[in-house]
Design a binder for this molecule. Structure first.
Ligand SMILES: Cc1ncc(COP(=O)(O)O)c(C=O)c1O
Length: 409
């Protein structure tokens, strides 16, 4: 049977990126002790007050169709936290930031369009842009410059076909955040070249350093700025599938039409719970944020003098990128050895783009004590690799192992 060409455009390498993760899960099922740090799924439970709100809503019988744009109460809550200039009519609620990214790109971009994206980039961006036929134009961010997106490099990537920038701050996988000064320059480029500025801010609730920037509040940006956010990370609600778009009303109207054809509204009880998440000052939410910051600090301190491994201190988010180039292995080979020899599962950086080659991404999804133990295991693995390297002519067994691991790519 024939399938549409869309099926080819959405099938990328994204699935292969998770090979190590699936392998780690399989080892765990076999009974091996595995530290699973290859995902960005919070290890915390959703705070009780949020769960209670959903349960109460269910008990009230709120189990019917809902407003396709999202309930008014939730849109108002989102508008309130988005700034005094934002109204509920500029908010569209969708099934997570992922669904929001897909819907937004469908409504903004099409075949022949170019969209500038920092590389490395979140793995689903290829499928999202591919689905609408647009071409992602990668602007590489270098580990040597702290993975910062240079507005001048973005300017150089603009062509007559460019329709928008797809930004992600704090950034997955690197943890870099766009500074207010750089955001002002990027906004300036958007105004000069009549571009959309789409900003994926799913880690905005987890910014530890530097000021948060709202590109929509910059002069002349309200009409061309699209903010995407969710409660998946900040409130440990990844499985609830609720996210949103803050955008000009015209775009929200198009998104509502798309949601009508595709999603038909979120469950009311999920939205009731999200209202509590966004409107109440929950100590558990503050606690999670503080825990991520402490975990980041613990990992960076534990690996500060680790031979062969350099941790990039992230400004935000829930990942730490480790530069393992000095070990002499590719990220894939390093991740593979770390998994098999130490039971630690990290994601190879190349999965996100070539500029992250030689790096592995560590999710801060275990408590600080466990992360400390993981760092000990990373150190042990790195020391072994360096010893093999120093041995020059490494023993046959190790050499075979290395070849085996290299071909795993
Ligand atoms: C950069 C980025 N954007 C979007 C998403 C999707 O988030 P959500 O769970 O809200 O769909 C993720 C999830 O990991 C992400 O890292």
């Amino acid at each position: 049977m024939r399938f549409s060409t869309l099926t080819q455009r959405i099938a990328g390498d994204a699935a292969a990126a998770w090979d190590i993760h699936y392998q780690a899960q399989a080892l765990r099922r076999e009974g091996r002790e595995i530290f699973l740090l290859s995902v960005g799924d919070p290890d915390f439970d959703t705070p009780v007050a949020i769960v209670d709100a959903a349960v109460n809503s269910l008990r009230r019988g709120e189990t019917h169709y809902s407003d396709v744009r999202g309930s008014l109460a939730l849109r108002q809550a989102i508008a309130r936290r988005s700034g005094p200039q934002v109204s509920a009519d500029q908010v569209m609620v969708l099934a997570g930031a992922q669904c929001a990214l897909y819907a937004v790109c469908q409504c903004l971009f099409e075949a022949g369009d170019e969209v500038i994206v920092a590389e490395p980039m979140y793995v689903t961006y290829h499928g999202v842009l591919g689905a609408c036929g647009a071409r992602p134009v990668p602007v590489s961010v270098s580990p040597e410059l702290g993975f910062h997106l240079d507005p001048l490099a973005v300017a150089r990537a603009i062509t007559p076909r460019t329709r928008g920038l797809l930004l992600n701050t704090p950034h997955n996988p690197t943890g870099a955040a766009i500074s207010p000064q750089d955001m002002a320059q990027l906004a300036q480029l958007c105004r000069e070249h009549d571009l959309w500025l789409v900003c994926d801010q799913v880690y905005s609730g987890l910014l530890y350093e530097g000021a948060a920037v709202d590109p929509g509040s910059l002069p002349g940006m309200a009409e061309r700025c699209v903010i995407i956010d969710s409660v998946s990370k900040s409130h440990a609600m990844s499985g609830w599938r609720v996210g949103w778009v803050v955008a000009p009303e015209t775009l929200v109207a198009h998104l509502a039409n798309l949601a009508m054809a595709m999603l038909f509204g979120l469950p009311e009880f999920v939205m009731q719970a999200t209202c509590v998440a966004l409107e109440q000052d929950l100590p558990a939410v503050r606690g999670m944020r503080e825990a991520y910051r402490q975990r980041r600090d613990r990992v960076c301190a534990a690996l500060a003098d680790c031979p062969g491994v350099r941790a990039h201190r992230p400004a935000g988010g829930m990942f730490v990128m480790l530069d393992i180039r000095a070990t002499g292995l590719s990220a894939q080979a390093f991740a593979q050895r770390l998994l098999m020899e130490e039971g630690v599962s990290l994601l190879p950086g190349d999965a996100f783009g070539p500029s992250a080659a030689g790096h592995v991404r560590m999710g801060l999804v275990l408590d600080a004590e466990q992360l400390q133990a993981v760092c000990g295991r990373i150190r042990a693995c790195a020391l072994r690799l360096l010893a093999e390297q120093a041995g020059g002519d490494i023993d046959g067994e190790a050499q075979n192992r290395r070849v085996e691991h290299e071909t795993y790519q």
